[in-house]
Write a new protein. Structure first.
Length: 175
């Protein structure tokens, strides 16, 4: 006959082995997930870069035919996946946040809702991304692009705020 303490010890050892096996599987899955997320991030950045380069090439080919400094209208930027379309248009008063691609819109809304300046590492989890170095750097690139195009300000390096609060633009979510 097996004693109760011996039986409990045997069951505990079996449960410990199962926990260790599952932890090993979880670690392997976490590594595979991180690799897949990094691949996705690289593809997103590549697509954005290619779209931007094609837009710049298209604008350069148009050259003197169009007026200098001509900015696309809201109808022209509402479909961000077309060739030759600038994904993040320069900000101007009549543009709503809705013209931005989803991830850029999410970033602007998070910054608009914040009580003060935010860093990229604070924005990443708020837009539903894991706080990995790749995602933080990718988001920092998007933040810099939004600053270049006039949607955000970066008065202190690495600290981003909403730009141009004015009439009808109290909040990014207001439109």
């Amino acid at each position: 006959m097996v004693s109760l303490p011996d039986e409990l010890q045997a069951r505990e050892a079996a449960a410990r082995r199962r926990v260790e096996e599952l932890q090993a599987e979880a670690a392997e899955l976490a590594l595979r997930l991180e690799k897949a997320r990094e691949d996705l991030s690289r593809l997103e950045i590549t697509r954005e870069t290619v779209t931007q380069v094609l837009a710049e090439l298209s604008a350069a080919e148009a050259g003197p035919e169009g007026p200098a400094g001509d900015v696309p209208g809201p109808d022209e930027v509402s479909a961000p996946h077309g060739v030759g379309v600038m994904m993040v248009p320069p900000w101007r008063e009549e543009l709503a946040v809705a013209v931005l691609p989803d991830v850029y819109r999410d970033i602007v809304e998070v910054v608009a809702d914040a009580p003060g300046p935010l860093q990229a590492k604070q924005i990443v989890p708020r837009i539903g991304l894991p706080t990995t170095t790749g995602k933080i750097e990718g988001t920092r690139g998007k933040l810099k692009r939004l600053v270049e195009r006039g949607w955000l300000d970066e008065d202190v390096p690495g600290q981003f705020t909403l730009a141009r609060l004015g009439p009808g633009r109290e909040s990014a979510n207001s439109r």
